[in-house]
Design a protein. Structure first.
Length: 97
């Protein structure tokens, strides 16, 4: 089960996330999302738990928990929706007759 972890302190590393969530079950992977240009944490990440049971346990254990002065948000990750890339067609002004 893939979990979204939000409102992370900026100094949190992927390794920190993995260590934290290991108490709820088997962690398949953990990653803190970083800004492409600066390499700084964007304050959220994802943790993949081995199964749904461990995922639910992690949500119950960590959602709202304080981590380095911030209350983290943990819930089931939603699949990314395809966002259109590039420019549109001028904001839908339509043809002017």
């Amino acid at each position: 089960m893939k979990l979204y972890v939000g409102n992370l302190p900026f100094q949190t590393s992927s390794h920190d996330l993995e260590d934290l969530f290991a108490s709820a079950g088997t962690v398949e992977s953990a990653s803190v999302i970083e800004d492409r240009e600066t390499g700084r944490s964007r304050g959220f990440g994802f943790v993949e738990m081995a199964n749904a049971e461990d995922g639910k346990k992690a949500i119950a254990e960590f959602d709202g928990k304080e981590l380095l002065g911030r209350n983290i948000k943990v819930n089931e990750a939603k699949p990314r929706e395809d966002r259109p890339r590039g420019g549109g067609y001028g904001g839908g002004r339509g043809n002017r007759w």
